[in-house]
Design a protein around this ligand. Structure first.
Ligand code: SF4
Ligand code: SF4
Length: 413
């Protein structure tokens, strides 16, 4: 790689686009007011525990696997905090040294005004992960700072402004737990940035220190908690020593004693991508298991959930017409985004009829409809306990769920 800096900028641009797009396309969104979890376009209800569990575990193991194999590359290449902190520093430098170079008094107000505007936009995108974006837009347009949602939005905006105008990269070494977590997840085979100079070629130019966004000297140790493995110091050293026709002294390496990243040396492909011991294989296998579980759970999911339960407080009633009645309750949860209806039918109970106020039963998107129906059968129609099947077919999807039920009748004299 001729320039880690250029790669970083490309990856960060893609990450920024994804950060903006994900909640609006419902790829990942946790809608708190409606208690819905959106994942890969699926609208999951919070009670769909299996799928939510697999989705969260899968995402967690993506982070774990990334950290075990590649160290803090998430921090250096993918993290929104890092992307916006660096953008804020770049903005400040541009205002000071280029755009308002001759207007010293305007520099600070212009910088704070730009960060304030950006904070409103960033806070909007961030909150869109938890509140439906159109609803959020209405709240913002009406300058709502009275409701809980409005107050939360204003608070996030202020915190975003303080973060990107004052805290910036200090967040990574003080507040963020991921840096500390990485210290526990990494081991002797994890990718890190390392200074190796066995032949004492360093010319002490300190350019690697000057370009470091975290302000550290990588020559002291490859295990400094501040290091986000961004690779900026690698580019700096490569560039300086290239002028002296020497190779750079800082590299990505697999652990402090392992091979350099990209060094071929006859290594198998799996070692070159970081699969260097059984621990990594196990981590990837666990990740694959959660991915398979998530895929299976999504594939088996019914967008319309129908539940039927018999009402057994009174086992049966004898009607004025002399027939026996059993009462059942139903619940239809329409977890899809389109109108649906459920047609109830009965099988394997000869001589019986179903009494339902409306059949089919309609349910709007996101709606749970509850109601009841009765099964009636003549008094001489059968045994005390008759087994039969209730079928619920969704329209227009034509998916049928069946329920094994029992019909109870009084003992024959
Ligand atoms: S950039 Fe390279 S040569 Fe310059 S101080 Fe850093 S390690 Fe030494
Ligand atoms: S030491 Fe190098 S890799 Fe680590 S944060 Fe500084 S510039 Fe990035």
């Amino acid at each position: 790689m001729d320039s880690w800096h250029r790669l970083r900028r490309w990856v960060q641009a893609i990450c920024f686009a994804m950060f903006v797009a994900l909640p609006f396309l419902d790829v990942i969104r946790f809608d708190i007011p409606r208690q819905r979890f959106y994942f890969a376009g699926y609208e999951l209800w919070i009670n769909e525990f299996g799928i939510v569990f697999f989705a969260l575990m899968f995402l967690m193991f993506v982070v774990v696997a990334g950290s075990v194999l590649y160290g803090r590359v998430y921090c250096g290449y993918l993290c929104p905090q890092m992307i916006f902190s660096e953008a804020s520093l770049h903005l400040e430098t541009s205002i000071r040294k280029r755009w308002l170079k001759r207007h010293a008094r305007l520099q600070r107000p212009a910088y704070f005004a730009a960060v304030a505007a950006a904070s409103v936009a960033l806070a909007f995108i961030f909150i869109a992960y938890f509140v439906e974006p159109r609803e959020l837009w209405h709240r913002l347009a009406s300058l709502d700072i009275r409701t809980a949602g409005g107050i939360s939005g204003a608070t996030v905006t202020i915190l975003t402004f303080l973060d990107f105008s004052l805290v910036r990269l200090r967040f990574c070494t003080t507040v963020c737990p991921y840096g500390y977590l990485q210290g526990m997840l990494g081991d002797g085979n994890t990718l890190l940035v390392q200074y190796r100079d066995p032949e004492k070629q360093c010319i002490e130019c300190k350019k690697c220190v000057r370009v470091c966004p975290m302000g550290i000297d990588i020559r002291s140790s490859p295990f400094q908690i501040e290091c986000i493995h961004c690779g900026e110091c690698i580019d700096a050293c490569d560039e300086i020593l290239a002028r002296l026709k020497k190779p750079g002294l800082i590299h990505y390496a697999w652990g402090d004693k392992g091979e350099l990243l990209g060094a071929n040396g006859g290594q198998a492909w799996y070692r070159r991508i970081g699969l260097r011991d059984g621990k990594r294989v196990v981590v990837l296998l666990v990740l694959a298991c959660y991915a398979a579980g998530l895929t299976a759970a999504l594939a088996m999911r019914h967008p319309v959930l129908v539940r039927i339960s018999p009402e057994r407080a009174t086992l049966y009633r004898v009607g004025e017409d002399g027939r026996i009645y059993n009462r059942f309750r139903y619940s239809i949860s329409n977890r899809s985004r389109k109108n649906t209806a459920v047609v109830f039918a009965m099988r394997e109970l000869p001589g019986a009829s179903m009494i339902l106020p409306a059949n089919p039963v309609a349910a709007r998107p996101g709606e749970t409809v509850q109601g009841w129906f009765e099964i009636a059968r003549g008094a001489g129609g059968g045994q005390m306990v008759s087994h039969f099947v209730l079928a619920a077919t969704t329209v227009p999807d034509q998916v049928t769920d069946t329920f094994a039920e029992t019909f109870l009748a009084p003992e024959k004299p």
